[in-house]
Design a protein. Structure first.
Length: 164
């Protein structure tokens, strides 16, 4: 099944993402590198929620973000954050493991009211909105960690903090 082909990549990215999230001190959740930036807690929560998009992508033809209704998860500790990521990854893995090839080629559309932000086959949406999106924000998070002088973990190879 085509959905299953994404599972090893998601599981691989999960390892590095957990390492980044585990380093976040809860007392710094409100910190922002710039007034226009998300807070550390907002960014980290967003990262932990992204794998949960798999169900939405597979069960709908699209989403209109102008419709509202989104409420971010309430996080009370760093361990809550990591658990949220793991729970959402488990749900994504379960959904992708059982999906047939047919729905993966169907179009999925992200809208903001009447504006179409993008319309892609579901398999491309999984790659873009789920995998690439999580990697992008994890990169942002690594910069936040650096600015807070928190050691950046090895992600795809050694970091300046973890040469081995």
């Amino acid at each position: 099944m085509q959905g299953q082909s994404f599972i090893p990549e998601l599981q691989f990215e999960l390892i590095s993402t957990i390492k980044c999230l585990e380093r976040i001190p809860f007392d710094k959740f409100d910190w922002k590198p710039h007034e226009k930036s998300m807070s550390l807690g907002q960014l980290a929560t967003h990262i932990a929620e992204i794998p949960g998009y798999a169900e939405m992508i597979m069960d709908t033809d699209g989403v209109d973000i102008a419709a509202g209704g989104y409420t971010p998860a309430v996080i009370n500790s760093t361990s809550d954050l990591v658990q949220l990521l793991k729970n959402n990854m488990d749900k994504a893995t379960e959904k992708l493991a059982t999906v047939a090839d047919f729905p993966m080629s169907q179009e999925w559309t992200l809208r903001k009211g009447t504006e179409v932000i993008f319309s892609l086959p579901r398999n491309a949406t999984i790659r873009s909105m789920l995998i690439s999106h999580m990697i992008h924000h994890r990169g942002q998070l690594s910069v936040y960690l650096r600015q807070l002088d928190i050691p950046v973990p090895s992600i795809y190879g050694p970091s300046a903090d973890e040469a081995n």
